[in-house]
Design a protein around this ligand. Structure first.
Ligand code: NDP
Length: 445
C-alpha cells in the first residue's frame, strides 16, 4: 500500500479499535487507491480518505422486548449513517447474533462504493441488531421489530435514511417494521423502507435482485473470455435470499447448480438442485439443509470440509463475511474454478482473493457483483415516488442493464489504471471517484 494511505489506514485502526471486519474492508479499498491519489494529490490535502472512513453518524440503542413466556430480553440496535454525498443513506438491516459495531461499519463502508457504482442517487448506510430471529415465533419477531423501529424511526425518512433487509431480515421483518413506522408517524411513507411486499409498495424483482444480479455479473465476466454461464457447474454458499435467486438465475442461463449450504452444513446434489424444494424448506418452513436431503435421496449432506470442496466452474459465495479462506480458494483453483463472484458482502478473505486473482480466476467483489439488490431498492423508491408498479419484465430489464453497466465501469476503470481484469481495483476506484467528486463539490461539511 502507498505510504500515505498506510498512514490513513493506521489512523482508522487506532480510532476504531477491535473492529476487525471494518479494518479489513477499509484496507481493501485503500490498497486500490494509490494510483488515484497520484492523479489527484488534492484528495490528500482535503483529507478525502479520512472523511470517507469516518461515518457521518453512528446510532446505538437499546431494544427491549418480551418473548412468548413474558420474559424480558435486551438487544442492541445499530444504524451507521456512513455517507450521504450521493443521496439518502441506503443499506440493509442485519439481525444476527454476530452483529456488533465493527460488522455494521464494514457493511456501511462497502455500501458507499456499491451504491455509487449503481449510478443511482443513494448514499451508504447499514444497521441491524444482535437479535437472532432463528427459533423465534412470529409474534416474538413482531415484538422485536416493533421495539427496534420505535427507536429507529426518528432517524429515518425517504430523503434521509432508507433501510432494507439483509441477513435475518426479509419480507416478514420489513412488514412489521413498516407497520410500526406507519403507526408512529401517521404517514404512509412508502419510500422509507425497501424490500416491502408486493401490494403495499414493494417492487417486483426486489426479492430476486441480488442473486440475479450476481449471476448477470458473472456471465458478463465470462463473456470477456468468449464463454457464458451455459453448461457451467456452479455452487452457491448459503441458502437464503441471495443464494436461492443466484441459483435460480444460474439455472435459467443453462448452468447446473450442484450445491448450497447453511450454517449447519452443505448439500451436494449432482443432478442439479431442486429449487422448488429448496424454496419450500427455506422460505416457507424456515428449515435446515438436512431437511432437503431427507426429501431428496439423490442428494448428500456434506459432513466434513465445505461446499468449496465440490469441483465447479463457478463459485458463488452468498452467505456471510470471510466464509471462503485461502485453503478453500486453493482447493477451488486446483479443481479448475473459472469464476468467483461474491453474492455476499466480503465473503472472501484477503489471502483467498489474492490467490484467486493470481491464478487468473475471474473474481468479482461483492460491492460490484451484489449491487443489484440495492439498485432494485432504488428502483422501488422510484416506483414509490411516482406511485407506480412496474412489471416484472421491465424491472428485470432495468436490473440487467444496471449490472452490465457496473461490469463495464469496473472493467474500463481497471483498464484505464493499467490493471485489466482486476475487478477489485476497478470497482474500488470507480465507486470512490464519484463519491469523492460529490464530497469535493459540497465543501467542508
Ligand atoms: P439470509 O438471511 O436470507 O441468508 C443467509 C444465509 O447465509 C443463510 O443460509 C444462513 O444460514 C447463511 N449464513 C449466515 N451466517 C452464516 C455463517 N456465519 N456461517 C454459515 N452460513 C451462514 O441473508 P441474505 O441472503 O439476504 O444475505 C446473504 C449475504 O448477502 C450477506 O452477506 C448480505 O450482506 C449479502 N447481501 C444481501 C443483499 C440482499 O438483498 N438480501 C444485498 C447485498 C448483499 P443459517 O440460516 O444457518 O444462518
Amino acid at each position: 500500500m502507498d505510504q500515505q494511505l498506510e498512514r490513513v489506514f493506521e489512523a482508522v485502526v487506532a480510532r476504531n479499535p477491535g473492529e476487525a471486519e471494518f479494518h479489513q474492508a477499509v484496507r481493501e479499498v485503500l490498497e486500490s487507491l494509490g494510483p488515484v491519489i497520484k492523479r489527484h494529490p488534492e484528495y490528500l490535502e482535503m483529507k478525502m480518505l479520512e472523511r470517507i472512513c469516518e461515518p457521518e453518524r453512528q446510532i446505538i440503542f437499546r431494544v427491549p422486548w418480551t418473548d412468548d413466556k413474558g420474559e424480558v430480553h435486551i438487544n442492541r440496535g445499530f444504524r451507521v449513517e456512513f455517507n450521504s454525498a450521493l443521496g439518502p443513506y441506503k443499506g440493509g438491516l442485519r439481525f444476527h447474533p454476530s452483529v456488533y459495531l465493527g460488522v455494521i461499519k464494514f457493511l456501511g463502508f462497502e455500501q458507499i462504493f456499491k451504491n455509487s457504482l449503481t449510478g443511482l442517487p443513494i448514499g451508504g448506510g447499514k444497521g441491524g441488531s444482535d437479535f437472532d430471529p432463528r427459533g423465534k415465533s412470529d409474534s416474538e419477531v413482531m415484538r422485536f421489530c416493533q421495539s427496534f423501529m420505535t427507536e429507529l424511526y426518528r432517524h429515518l425518512g425517504e430523503y434521509t435514511d432508507v433501510p432494507a433487509g439483509d441477513i435475518g431480515v426479509g419480507g416478514r421483518e420489513i412488514g412489521y417494521m413498516f407497520g410500526q413506522y406507519k403507526r408512529i408517524t401517521n404517514r404512509y411513507e412508502s419510500g422509507v423502507l425497501t424490500g416491502k411486499g408486493i401490494g403495499w409498495g414493494g417492487s417486483l424483482v426486489r426479492t430476486e435482485a441480488t442473486g440475479y444480479g450476481t449471476v448477470v455479473f458473472a456471465n458478463e465476466m465470462l463473456k470477456t473470455r468468449g464463454e457464458s454461464m451455459d453448461g457451467k457447474r456452479v455452487t452457491v454458499s448459503g441458502s437464503g435470499n441471495v443464494a436461492i435467486y443466484a441459483a435460480e438465475k444460474a439455472a435459467e442461463l443453462g448452468a447446473t447448480v450442484l450445491g448450497f449450504s447453511d450454517s449447519t452444513g452443505y448439500v451436494v446434489d449432482e443432478g442439479g438442485i431442486d429449487l422448488d424444494l429448496l424454496k419450500q424448506i427455506k422460505e416457507v418452513e424456515r428449515g435446515r439443509v438436512s431437511d432437503y436431503v431427507e426429501r431428496r435421496p439423490a442428494a448428500r449432506l456434506g459432513t466434513s470440509g465445505s461446499i468449496w470442496d465440490v469441483p465447479v466452474d463457478v463459485a458463488l459465495p452468498c452467505a456471510t463475511q470471510n466464509e471462503l479462506n485461502g485453503q478453500q480458494a486453493r482447493t477451488l483453483v486446483a479443481n479448475g474454478v473459472k469464476v468467483v463472484a461474491e453474492g455476499a458482502n466480503m465473503p472472501t478473505t484477503p489471502d483467498a482473493m489474492r490467490l484467486l486473482q493470481d491464478a487468473g480466476v475471474l473474481f468479482a467483489p461483492g460491492k460490484a457483483a451484489n449491487a443489484g439488490g440495492v439498485a432494485t431498492s432504488a428502483l422501488e423508491m422510484q416506483q414509490n415516488a411516482s406511485r407506480d408498479l412496474w412489471s416484472f419484465e421491465y424491472t428485470e430489464e432495468r436490473l440487467t442493464e444496471i449490472m452490465k453497466k457496473i461490469h463495464e465501469q469496473c472493467a474500463t476503470t481497471a483498464d484505464s489504471y493499467g490493471v485489466p481484469g482486476d475487478y477489485v481495483t476497478g470497482a474500488n476506484i470507480a465507486g470512490f471517484e464519484k463519491v469523492a467528486k460529490a464530497i469535493q463539490a459540497f465543501g467542508l461539511v
